[in-house]
Design a protein around this ligand. Structure first.
Ligand code: SF4
Ligand code: SF4
Length: 470
């Protein structure tokens, strides 16, 4: 260990931009055994591991890095998977520059972070290859039943821990495939769909019952679930697109990001393309509004769909973007243009079709409540050609109570109110986790919540004594 001053940090190679924009394949290759051993040996085995503190799952990173460095790979995998049910997903989609790697002391000391995410991905792919990923062992048996609404990362993670404790678990998914945003939101070039499908098969083979095309409030009532199950987990995520504060309602070629990404992912999965011509970026001047990871997913998808030109419009500058710096760099390399400090003001349209977008040029003022500097109007207005406008301004919760005909207590942001220790709602037998309690967040936080809520549901079903959330 402690080889960081001799070994340079290395990441697996990335395919060339000109080549990678021709398809939707993942862009990063994988470590080989020799490089993974070398890279792990750079870790200084910190007494207070900041990498672990800043990993939402609190993964025991120094221990599994040490095992990799000693070539004890199966043991490394056992440690890594003991806290993270989908490590190969996190290795691919976590913004490591803001989490484990960004806080690594070796990075802080100027030697370059230990490449934790890629090591986690290598290790788990190796575990699949070697057959170390076994069906979940059921520890005990119970006649109690848990219903999970939503099969995204929180619901999937919770299901794995609940069946381990012997419960009968039914997961209800309103879409036609399992995986939530991992299957329909995140593009293939970041997370190949076979990775998600492999985990779905693993859960199914381990005993989880998935029911697709089953929407609660439509195909089944929430009250049916209350009657038939001992506990319910709401893990629906948040899907309602946050709106632009300019008039767009009658503009056909202005879309929410998710509509665009879902269509692209469905086509990638082999579904017939929709007849809605506005869902494709081919041959269009595309403008994506927003600066987060969803905006980056859209611009990079549009490039791969052979758009004529793709521009990202963001109201702050590059340094104040909420998305991962790695994703912005990938987008820039792939030919996406960025118009920083641009605040959309008006859509220029004819017969309900936008032809261009006006925006105000901003300057940055003081930091706001998010810690990022506020855009201020300079009075300068510009226009950009746009025959497809994609709004990637974030997501909000839908009106859950009216949909489910329930009266769960909500927060002022319309997320479900829980106490974050137990994830229990105002109805004691109903729990909630993931984006529906946090607001739109990272996959790794949803996996964390799935793990923690499963513990809480187990405790509730064992004792039935947990009091109503305050
Ligand atoms: Fe880093 Fe994410 Fe893995 Fe945690 S789960 S170690 S944050 S890549
Ligand atoms: Fe190793 Fe970096 Fe974590 Fe320290 S902070 S234990 S050097 S990975």
């Amino acid at each position: 260990m402690l080889e960081f001053h001799k070994q340079k940090p290395k990441n697996p190679s990335k395919s060339d931009p000109e080549k990678r924009i021709k398809d939707f394949q993942e862009i990063y290759s994988q470590f080989d055994n020799k490089t993974s051993v070398e890279q792990s040996s750079r870790c200084s085995q910190c007494g207070v591991p900041y990498c672990q503190i800043h990993c939402p799952l609190n993964n025991n990173i120094p221990d599994w890095l040490k095992y990799i460095a000693e070539n004890r790979l199966e043991e490394a995998y056992q440690v890594s998977s003991s806290t993270n049910v989908f490590p190969e997903v996190c290795g691919r989609v976590c913004p490591q520059d803001r989490l484990c790697e960004g806080n690594c002391v070796v990075e802080q000391a100027g030697f370059g972070a230990i490449t934790i995410g890629n090591l986690e991905k290598y290790l788990t792919e190796l575990a699949w290859e070697k057959g170390w990923v076994k069906n979940i062992e059921i520890n005990s048996s119970s006649k109690k039943k848990v219903a999970i609404i939503g099969s995204g990362p929180a619901g999937m993670a919770a299901s794995s821990y609940l069946i381990q404790n012997g419960y009968h678990v039914d997961v209800f998914e309103k879409n036609d495939r399992v995986g939530g945003l991992m299957i329909y939101g995140i593009p293939n070039f970041k997370l190949d769909k076979s990775i998600v499908e492999r985990r779905t098969d693993w859960l199914t083979n381990s005993g989880v019952n998935f029911h697709v095309n089953k929407e609660i409030g439509k195909d089944l009532t929430f009250q049916d679930l209350e009657k038939d199950y001992d506990a319910i987990l709401v893990a629906t995520g948040v899907y309602k697109a946050r709106k632009l504060d300019i008039e767009i309602s009658n503009i056909n070629n202005s879309l929410p990001a998710l509509d665009f990404l879902i269509e692209s992912n469905k086509v990638g999965l082999g579904d017939t393309p929709s007849s809605n011509k506005y869902l494709s970026a081919k041959d269009k001047h595309v403008v994506v509004i927003g600066g987060g990871d969803t905006a980056m997913d859209c611009v990079r998808t549009a490039i791969r769909q052979k758009a004529k030109e793709v521009t990202c419009l963001y109201r702050r500058n590059k340094e104040n973007m909420p998305g991962s710096a790695r994703e912005v760099l990938n987008a820039e390399q792939e030919g996406v243009k960025f118009n920083w400090l641009a605040v959309p003001s008006k859509i220029i349209s004819e017969k309900s079709e936008a032809s261009s977008l006006s925006y105000k040029v901003a300057t940055l003022g003081e930091a706001d409540e998010t810690g990022r500097r506020k855009p201020l109007d300079t009075g300068i207005e510009k226009q950009i050609r746009s025959d497809l406008i994609i709004q990637a301004l974030g997501f909000e919760p839908e009106d859950l109570n009216s949909h489910f005909n329930t009266d769960l207590e909500l927060t002022s942001w319309n997320t479900v109110k829980v106490d974050f220790k137990r994830f229990q709602t105002s109805n004691p037998k109903v729990f909630a986790a993931g984006d529906i309690v946090r607001g739109a967040s990272l996959v790794v936080w949803a996996i964390h919540d799935g793990r923690e809520v499963a513990k809480s549901i187990h405790q509730f079903l064992q004792s039935n004594q947990i009091k109503k959330a305050s």
